[in-house]
Design a protein around this ligand. Structure first.
Ligand code: ATP
Ligand code: MG
Length: 464
C-alpha cells in the first residue's frame, strides 16, 4: 500500500492551500515519493449514483477479495466535471491471473500488456493491473531513437502507475474503499481550473508518444480546457514526430477527434497548434492559399453537421469525414490534371485516387471507395440532360452525393440553379422526372418549402 501521507486537503480551504499545493504538485517531473494527496468523500462531488452498476460490482468484488480497486482516467475526470463518462477504467494491484480468479466472466486481452475485460451483458469493464512506466529513457531496449516508448509492460504499484499517465486530470484515482480521490500530480486543482497539463517534462513525454499532442488537442476540444503553457509550448516544434506514428493509430485518433461530438472544435484546436497537417497534409496545403477562409468555412459546416448528428444519435461515417476534408485538395488536383489535358470526369477520379493514396492516416477501402464515388458524382451533377441524369437519380449514393452538393452550395461552390434543379426533380413522380431529364420539364418552377425530407445522410441538416 502506498503511504497515506496525511496530506489531505479540504476543498473548502483550497484557496488558501492552492499556492502551496501548486508549488510542489505541479513539479510533476519530480517523481515525488511523498504519496498522494487524498481528497475525502466530503470534499468532492463524485457520487456512486453516477457510476455504472457493472463498474461498481467490479470495484467491490476486487476490494472484497483483498485488493486495491480504483476508477482511474477519464471516468474520474468526467465525473468531477459532471459529465457522463464514456466508460470506467479500473486499476488494481491484483495481477491479471488474480483478476481472472475473481471474475469468471472475464477474459484476458492484449499481448504486450495483459488486461482483463469483465463482461456484464453488453457492457465490458476494463480492469488493468498497476503498471510501472517500464525502463528509464536511457534504456535503449524500451525506447526508439526518438525516445518513443516501445516497451511498457512492467507491473507496478499505484504510485508508479500514476507517472506513466498523460495529463494530470487523467491521473486521478477514485478509491472504492472509502470513496476518496488520490491525487499525486495536482489533477484535482487542474480539473477545477480546466487546465490540461502533461505529467513530467513535456518534451520527453511527447517524444515518448507523439500521439499525446493529438490527445491534448482532443481533450482541449472535448472538455473546453486550456493547455498549460509548458504543455502547449513544444507542440508546434514537435508536431513532426507524428510522421512516425503508425497510420492505423492515427486513424483511431482521427475518429476520436471528429466522431465524438466536438469535431468543429477539434478542427479549430488542431489548426491553432498546427497539427492538422499531420492528419490531412493536403488539406492544410489548401488552407494556406487565398481561398483558405472559404475552405475552412466549408469544412467547419460539414463538421458541425457531424456534431449535430451525434447529438441526435444518428450514425456518422468516415466516408463523409474524408469527403469534407479532401474535397478541396482533390478538386485542386483535378483542375490541374484538366489543365494537363485530362477529361473532367476522369481527372476527378484520378485526383481522388492520388490524394487518397498519399494519406498519412489509414483510410480503409470500405470508406475510401464510397468517398471517391461520392466526389466523382459531384461532377455529374452538372450533367442535367438525358439518361445520365436519370441514372444519377437511381444511384445508390445519390442521396449522400446530393447532400454533399448542398454543403458545397453553402460554400458558394455550386450555382443555385443547379441545386434547385436537383432538388426539384426528386420531388416529382417518375414520369415527370423523365420529362425533366428529357429537357422539357422544368420551366423555371421552384418547389416551395425547401427540399424533400426523407432518409437523410450525414451532410443534410446543417445546410438545408
Ligand atoms: P476518454 O473520455 O476519451 O475515454 P480517457 O482519459 O479515458 O478519455 P483513454 O484513451 O480511454 O482516455 O485512456 C484512459 C487513460 O489511460 C487516460 O486517462 C490516461 O490516464 C491513460 N492514457 C491513455 N493514453 C495514454 C497515452 N498515450 N499516454 C499516457 N497515458 C495514456
Ligand atoms: Mg476512457
Amino acid at each position: 500500500m502506498p503511504r497515506r501521507s496525511g496530506r489531505c486537503y479540504d476543498t473548502g480551504l483550497s484557496d488558501t492551500l492552492k499556492p502551496q499545493h501548486g508549488s510542489f504538485l505541479h513539479d510533476t517531473d519530480h517523481k515525488s515519493r511523498l504519496g498522494p494527496v487524498i481528497v475525502s468523500r466530503s470534499d468532492h462531488n463524485i457520487s456512486r449514483a453516477n457510476i455504472s452498476q457493472s463498474a461498481l460490482k467490479v470495484l467491490y468484488r476486487l476490494k472484497d477479495a483483498g485488493y486495491q480497486a480504483f476508477i482511474v482516467g477519464g471516468g474520474v475526470r468526467d465525473l468531477l466535471l459532471e459529465r457522463q463518462p464514456k466508460d470506467f477504467d479500473i486499476a488494481t494491484n491484483a495481477d491479471p491471473d488474480q483478476i481472472q480468479d475473481v471474475f469468471r466472466n472475464s477474459r484476458l486481452i492484449g499481448r504486450r500488456f495483459r488486461l482483463a475485460h469483465v463482461r456484464f451483458g453488453r457492457e465490458i469493464v476494463e480492469v488493468a493491473t498497476f503498471r510501472a512506466s517500464g525502463a528509464e529513457p536511457d534504456d535503449e531496449r524500451s525506447h526508439s531513437d526518438s525516445g518513443r516508448i516501445l516497451r511498457d509492460n512492467v507491473y507496478g504499484t499505484i504510485d508508479e502507475d500514476v507517472w506513466r499517465r498523460d495529463f494530470t486530470v487523467n491521473a486521478l484515482y477514485y478509491n472504492i474503499a472509502d470513496f476518496s480521490i488520490w491525487d499525486y500530480v495536482g489533477g484535482f486543482a487542474d480539473v477545477r481550473s480546466r487546465t490540461l497539463r502533461l505529467i513530467g517534462d513535456p518534451v520527453t513525454r511527447y517524444h515518448e508518444d507523439p500521439v499525446r499532442m493529438l490527445r491534448a488537442a482532443r481533450f482541449a476540444a472535448k472538455l473546453d480546457f486550456t493547455l498549460a503553457p509548458e504543455t502547449a509550448a513544444p507542440v508546434k516544434e514537435l508536431g513532426g514526430l507524428l510522421k512516425d506514428v503508425p497510420p492505423a493509430r492515427l486513424f483511431d485518433e482521427l475518429l476520436k477527434l471528429f466522431h465524438s461530438g466536438h469535431a468543429a472544435r477539434s478542427f479549430d484546436v488542431l489548426r491553432d497548434y498546427d497539427l492538422l497537417r499531420y492528419l490531412f497534409r493536403d488539406t492544410q496545403a489548401v488552407l494556406e492559399t487565398p481561398d483558405a477562409e472559404k475552405i475552412a468555412g466549408f469544412i467547419r459546416r460539414g463538421l458541425e453537421n457531424t456534431d449535430a448528428r451525434i447529438r441526435e444519435d444518428k450514425p456518422v461515417t468516415p466516408t463523409f469525414l474524408y469527403a469534407v476534408f479532401l474535397w478541396f485538395p482533390i478538386k485542386a488536383l483535378a483542375e490541374k490534371l484538366e489543365r494537363e489535358g485530362w477529361h473532367s470526369g476522369q481527372a476527378m477520379l484520378e485526383a481522388s485516387q492520388r490524394i487518397v493514396a498519399s494519406q498519412q492516416t489509414a483510410f480503409p477501402r470500405r470508406f475510401s471507395s464510397p468517398m471517391k464515388e461520392l466526389l466523382a458524382m459531384q461532377w455529374r451533377f452538372t450533367q442535367r440532360q438525358g439518361a445520365r441524369a436519370a441514372r444519377m437519380l437511381q444511384h445508390k449514393r445519390f442521396r449522400a452525393a446530393y447532400d454533399f452538393l448542398l454543403l458545397r452550395a453553402s460554400a458558394g461552390e455550386v450555382d443555385q440553379e443547379t441545386v434547385a434543379w436537383w432538388t426539384d426533380i426528386q420531388a416529382l413522380p417518375p414520369e415527370e422526372q423523365g420529362k425533366m431529364v428529357g429537357g422539357k420539364g422544368r420551366s423555371g418552377r421552384r418547389r416551395r418549402g425547401g427540399r424533400r425530407r426523407g432518409a437523410q445522410s450525414e451532410i443534410t441538416d446543417v445546410v438545408s
